[in-house]
Design a binder for this molecule. Structure first.
Ligand code: Z5A
Length: 208
């Protein structure tokens, strides 16, 4: 991206602490005087939240991987045009819980959809728009699932097995290695204070 604002995404497997740390990043940015929009994928718009319900709920268990991929990008097209781009053009910081790296990780790594298919859709829907900075909260799959397991009923993705989440984690780490300028890999297995110190250090790069 470029324009006037800044686009930050948080990524990672289930239970890594994205929700917990979104709030922390938000507070840090606001304290630094930034105008911040908090949003998420799939979702972020009225249409996107409806699509999210289709994707995460169990009404359509067994949906094909291609349908899942196209729904992710349908919601993303709406999110980009209605929320992300207008905010960035207006000089705001957009802080988004998951974005296209999640598609490479879950639909690519997890479901096995070829990378080039995802790249085609990314190019079509986003053109040259990419996050400016991506925090990848990383930890072993067992730890993430154990943390997430302590919460409410599992959604359609949370029903997947350990091998699926291992492929997702591997693909995320592969992306981080491929785009080191954009990614900041955070060791999310550490206690929360430590995790937030790592995030805070990385944030200083943009706040300075
Ligand atoms: N998805 C996709 O397939 N393709 C796409 O393109 C996109 C999404 C965009 C939506 O997920 C699903 O959509 C997602 C991928 C798919 N499915 N999965 N899995 P989501 O982002 O809405 O939900 P989630 O990934 O399941 O997030 P989550 O379960 O809410 O996890 P989290 O936000 O990363 O974790 P948390 O709620 O902040 O923390 C989990 C627990 O750990 C909680 O009790 C915390 O208090 C605790 N915690 C947090 N940090 C720590 C530390 N450091 N130590 C100890 N305990 C901690």
């Amino acid at each position: 991206m470029n324009e006037k604002g800044f686009f930050i995404t948080l990524e990672g497997i289930e239970g890594v602490g994205k929700t917990t740390n979104m709030d922390f990043v938000h507070k840090q940015l606001v304290a630094a005087g930034k105008d911040v929009i908090l949003t998420r994928e799939p979702g972020g718009t009225s249409l996107g939240e409806d699509v999210r319900n289709l994707l995460l709920g169990h009404k359509h268990d067994g949906m094909s991987s291609e349908t899942e991929l196209l729904l992710m990008f349908a919601a993303r097209a709406e999110h980009l045009s209605k929320v992300i781009m207008p905010a960035v053009m207006d000089g705001k910081v957009v802080l988004c819980d998951r974005f296209t790296d999640a598609t490479y990780a879950y639909q690519g790594g997890g479901r096995g959809i070829p990378t080039r298919r995802i790249q085609e859709l990314e190019q079509w829907v986003q053109g040259g728009t990419r996050p400016d900075m991506t925090f990848l909260l990383d930890l072993p799959v067992e730890v993430g699932l154990e943390r997430a397991g302590k919460r409410s009923a599992a959604d359609r993705f949370e029903k997947e097995d350990m091998a699926f989440f291992q492929r997702v984690r591997d693909r995320y780490l592969q992306l981080a290695a491929e785009y080191p300028q954009r990614f900041r890999v955070i060791d999310a297995s550490k206690p929360l204070d430590d995790v937030q110190q790592q995030i805070s250090n990385a944030l200083q790069e943009i706040l300075n």
